[in-house]
Design a protein around this ligand. Sequence first.
Ligand SMILES: *Cc1c(COP(=O)(O)O)cnc(C)c1O
Length: 226
Amino acid sequence: MSVKDNLDHIKQDIKEICTSVNRKPEEINIIGVTKYVSNETAKEAVQAGVYHLGENRDQGLLEKSEALENKVTWHFIGSLQSRKVKNIIGTVDYIHSLDRIALAEEINKRSSGKKVKCFVQVNGSYEKAKHGVHPDEVLEFIKNLEPYPYIQVVGLMTMAEHTDDERVIRNTFATVSELKKRVQALKLPFAPCTELSMGMSNDYKIAIEEGATFIRIGSALVGSKT
Ligand SMILES: *Cc1c(COP(=O)(O)O)cnc(C)c1O
């Protein structure tokens, strides 16, 4: 299967799911996760019409962005060490892994006077090994971002547990979806929080049903090796 075939298949899925839950397919942005694949395969994705790409390492992001035309919107989706911020800040359009104040401080400091679009990563699966702010602490965490004028909280991001139990996955996505509404209700000027980054190859259908606006698709789109 080519990337184009995979994309057509995913788009068809999105259409059907949106119809069933009364959403518009245009609300769903596909981020092609290229961390497993070559520059060539990433190019193939762009040629097929995927304009959002995601990487989870600073080197991968820099290498791919150099190899690709600048029409790509770049997403950093991995856990981010503060000392790596300076490497990616000039290249990345969205950071999906804001999960601690020290990181906000560093992003703010390196922003060179431009607002940086960030998702606050939430540990919606309550797994000990997972990164992200505990769901009970998300509202407080976001309020505490006020002193950092270049941080803009565009939404929340989460990863579900790797399991076949659909109820467990849905519960994570529903929890974070509900939290997003509560953040929006605060009407903080620095945290419009209109977006939800959730859903990967194995669970994007459930994520869309629960309100995802950005789905992060690696293996189902570009494969996992090239
Ligand atoms: C790798 C990765 C993905 C994509 O995973 P697939 O299961 O291959 O779709 C999505 N989000 C994050 C944070 C990732 O690290």
